[in-house]
Structures are given as structure tokens and as C-alpha cells.
Design a protein around this ligand. Structure first.
Ligand code: GUN
Ligand code: ZN
Length: 447
């Protein structure tokens, strides 16, 4: 106590998730941010005077939120293809494997051109930040230089990010979009070394085999070793589409399941996040739980590409770490608010088939988009909610901005305002975004 260094203090409504509760609503809370961008205290509002003596801030410096405002934790997009943002909202008429060959691989080939990459990557980082994504787990493309550029751009805008240079040495239908196995290993090492050398505080590399279908066994083993030797995160896709699952079984006959392919190659660790998992068996989910590996649920993509409906309740019952992803551009929306809504809708659609199933509540979906995402990326010790000593990654939401898509009525309390924002709100309601204590939205005039 007495130690100062509190640089900003906010008072008003706060909503977040904790270990015990999917939604904790604090109608009058006072939160201090220190010089390192971390939460110094988060207490009942009536304690503000004693806190000001303890921490040495002026009462006149306390920022009071309006009656229709609140802070919530920044959202974590656990799966997004930055390189596919150029066509988001289009190309949604083919199933996964055709969609990859006909639309995706030809576009991703264009990222050899750094001007093309800079324009696309700047736009996706700005769009996701405005939409409240404070942390993004990105797929780039096979190109090292453009992937490093995505790292520079996320750092420049102050977004927290894991960046994956995509690895693939198998591509029978679009052979010009792949690498030789050795070239892929070498370029992956170079990408990791060069991104780490930049010493970005919030931007780190993630080992990214695209998926089992596009990687040889030799490449998968090598990437597993690279992740292990450098203690790195790993991301890929798993059991998204039934045809894909059959292909993987045929390509890896020695493995007893899709999950087993990744496990056997050292790619299923406590720092692994696998997208989709719609068609995983209970046995495979048990393996995920044992390994501490995580799933990213991307409901927009799963519906848009007619891939499958993930049974979120079953995943949660297996105690597998779970977050939400937009999967731009298999998913057409770059907003995590859309992922929250589609996760609830998907769960309700499954409940139509099975009346015994308990639907996902909006509170649970809120948790998946924030604290759940931080657990998926093993970053829950430093973000995900408003616990003291965590980084202040936060959205200042105002449900009554000019042109707001939300109407407020007498008696609407903070919990109602949050629920309306999650279901009806958009970037107009996200008036400020903070990452590690720094305000990153609105963008500075220079951007
Ligand atoms: N599986 C392998 N690559 C991809 C991709 O780019 N998008 C989706 N949705 N699934 C994949
Ligand atoms: Zn994906």
C-alpha cells in the first residue's frame, strides 16, 4: 500500500467472468490501471476515497462512466485467417475442400506481393480492433515476409496477437500454393527467429501446420519438434468437415483418429488450439482434455461452409478448454459479437434435435469470448477478466451512442444492457478499446 503508479482510475459499471461465475455484473466499481498497463485494484465504488489515499490519485482525476456505459474484458478471437479478410462476406457457396481449392488458395497465393499484404492486413487489424478483438490468433499465409508484416502491423496498432506463418507441403489440386518440405521447415524457423527478434511485447509467433491434409508426416513431426524446442503455441484445424475426416483417415492409416494424427506428431500440447472439432468423438475429446489442448469454436464458419454443428455442451462436459473464433473468411463476420450469437444459435439448433440438451446461455457465450479465449491461448494468467495484476484489456461500451442499434427502457439494469449489447450491439457501441492499458480505439490521428 502507498505504492503509487496508478495512472488512470475508472468508476462505473463493469461486467466480466470469473472462475466461478460466467457473468459477474458490478454496477458501481472503481478500477485503477498502473503504469505497466495492469489492473492495480478493482473494488466497490464506495471505497474510492480510501483508495485515493492509498494509491495517491486525485478524486478529480477519476473517470466516471455514464449511466449507459460499462467496461467488459476485450474479446479473444481464437481463430482468424487475416489473409482471407479480402473476400469476407463472399464465396460462401462451396463446401470446405472445394472452397479451399477454388477460392482460398488462389487468394492466399497473392501475399507474395507485400503491397497487397499491407493493405489487407492493415484493414483486418483495424476492423477487428474496432469490433473489440483485443487478442487475435491469426493465420497468415505460407509467405514469411508477409507474415512478419502482419506482426509489424498488429504491433503498430497495439493489438495483442499470435501470428502463424502457414505451413503446407502438400496441395494436389493447387500445387503452386505450397512449399517443399525443407523450405517450409527453414522458413518456419526464420519466421520464428525474426518475429522474436523484434521483441514485440504483445505479438508472438505460433507454429501453424495448416491441417493434416496439407502436411506430410515429416513436416508435422518437424513442426512438433520446433514447438517443443522453443516452447511455442501451436494452431491448426481438426474434424471440421466429414469429407475431410475421411481423407485424413486415408492419408494416415497408422493413426487411430484425426486427433491421434496430431498427438502422434507432438502437436497436441497444453499450448495447442485446434479450430472446429465438429466431428470429434468422445474419445478424442478425452484426449484433448488429457493433453490440455484447446478447441476454437467457429460457428459462423461451420454453418456458412455447411461443415457441422459443434456440440458445445459436450465439449464443456469433457472439460476441454474452449474459446470462440470468427474463422474469417469461412466465417463471414469479423466480429466476435457475431461468434457469440452464432454459438448460442448453434447450441439451440442442436436442442431442437435433442430436448435433453442444455442450450448455451448468453452468459456462457460471453465467458467463451473473453476468459475462455484467454484459457485457450494459455494467457489467462495475464488477461481475460478484471482480476488485479492482469493487463487492462477492455472495451468501453456505450449502448446509447448516436445511431445506436440498441434502445433502452426504464428498468433496464446493467445486466440487461450487457445482454442487449451482446445480441444487438456493434462497433458503434464500442467507444474505446484498451490493450495492456493503452487506448488503441479510437485510432490515433496518425492512423
Ligand atoms: N482447413 C484448412 N484450411 C482451412 C481454412 O483456411 N479455413 C477453414 N475454415 N478450414 C480450413
Ligand atoms: Zn480456419
Amino acid at each position: 500500500s502507498g505504492s503509487s503508479g496508478v495512472v488512470r482510475v475508472y468508476r462505473g459499471g463493469f461486467a466480466h467472468s470469473t472462475r466461478d461465475s460466467a457473468l459477474l455484473v458490478l454496477t458501481d466499481c472503481v478500477l485503477g490501471v498502473n503504469a505497466r498497463g495492469r489492473i492495480a485494484f478493482c473494488e466497490e465504488g464506495h471505497n474510492v476515497e480510501s483508495l485515493s489515499r492509498q494509491w495517491g490519485f486525485e478524486m478529480s482525476d477519476v473517470v466516471q462512466l455514464g449511466p449507459h456505459e460499462f467496461f467488459m474484458p476485450g474479446m479473444v478471437d481464437t481463430h482468424i485467417h487475416a489473409s482471407q479478410y479480402t473476400y469476407s462476406g463472399t464465396h460462401l457457396d462451396l463446401p470446405l475442400l472445394d472452397w479451399l481449392n477454388i477460392y482460398t488458395f488462389p487468394v492466399e497465393s497473392r501475399y507474395e506481393d507485400l503491397d497487397f499484404a499491407k493493405d489487407a492486413y492493415t484493414k483486418v487489424v483495424k476492423r477487428t480492433l474496432r469490433n473489440g478483438t483485443t487478442t487475435a490468433c491469426y493465420f497468415a499465409t505460407i509467405h514469411t515476409e508477409a507474415s512478419l508484416l502482419l506482426g509489424d502491423i498488429t504491433d503498430d496498432f497495439g493489438q495483442r496477437a499470435l501470428i502463424g506463418k502457414v505451413c503446407m507441403d502438400r496441395n494436389p489440386l493447387v500445387p503452386e500454393y505450397k512449399e517443399l518440405t525443407n523450405e517450409c521447415k527453414k522458413e518456419t524457423d526464420r519466421f520464428i527467429t525474426e518475429l522474436l527478434r523484434k521483441k514485440f511485447a504483445l505479438v508472438k509467433p505460433i507454429v501453424t501446420p495448416r491441417f493434416a491434409m496439407s502436411c506430410s508426416s515429416a513436416l508435422l513431426s518437424n513442426l512438433g519438434k520446433t514447438a517443443r524446442n522453443n516452447d511455442l503455441h501451436i494452431q491448426s484445424h481438426i474434424s471440421e468437415n466429414k469429407e475431410e475426416v475421411q481423407f485424413v483417415k486415408a492419408l494416415f492409416p497408422e493413426c487411430k483418429s484425426y486427433t491421434d494424427v496430431y498427438a502422434k506428431h507432438g502437436l497436441l500440447t497444453s499450448k495447442t488450439v485446434m479450430a472446429h472439432g465438429c466431428h470429434l468423438t468422445d474419445e478424442e475429446l478425452e484426449t484433448f482434455h488429457e493433453k490440455g489442448a484447446a478447441l476454437s469454436h467457429c460457428p459462423n464458419s461451420n454453418i456458412s461452409l455447411i461443415s457441422g454443428l459443434l456440440n458445445v455442451r459436450n465439449v464443456l462436459n469433457h472439460k476441454v478448454k474452449l474459446g470462440l473464433g470468427t474463422d474469417v473468411a469461412g466465417g463471414y463476420s469479423s466480429s466476435m459479437l457475431d461468434a457469440i450469437r452464432k454459438a448460442v444459435d448453434t447450441s439451440k439448433a442442436l436442442c431442437i434435435q435433442d430436448a435433453q440438451l442444455q442450450p448455451l446461455s448468453y452468459k456462457e457465450a460471453f465467458r467463451l469470448a473473453t476468459l475462455g479465449g484467454s484459457e485457450v491461448l494459455s494467457l489467462d494468467d495475464c488477461l481475460g477478466n478484471f482480476e488485479v495484476e492482469k493487463d487492462f484489456d477492455a472495451l468501453r461500451v456505450n449502448v446509447c451512442v448516436p445511431g445506436s442499434p440498441i434502445d433502452v427502457f426504464p428498468g433496464d439494469d446493467l445486466e440487461v444492457l450487457l445482454e442487449k449489447f451482446l445480441n444487438l450491439g456493434d462497433d458503434r457501441n464500442i467507444v474505446e478499446v484498451y490493450v495492456a492499458g493503452k487506448r488503441v480505439v479510437p485510432f490515433p490521428d496518425s492512423k
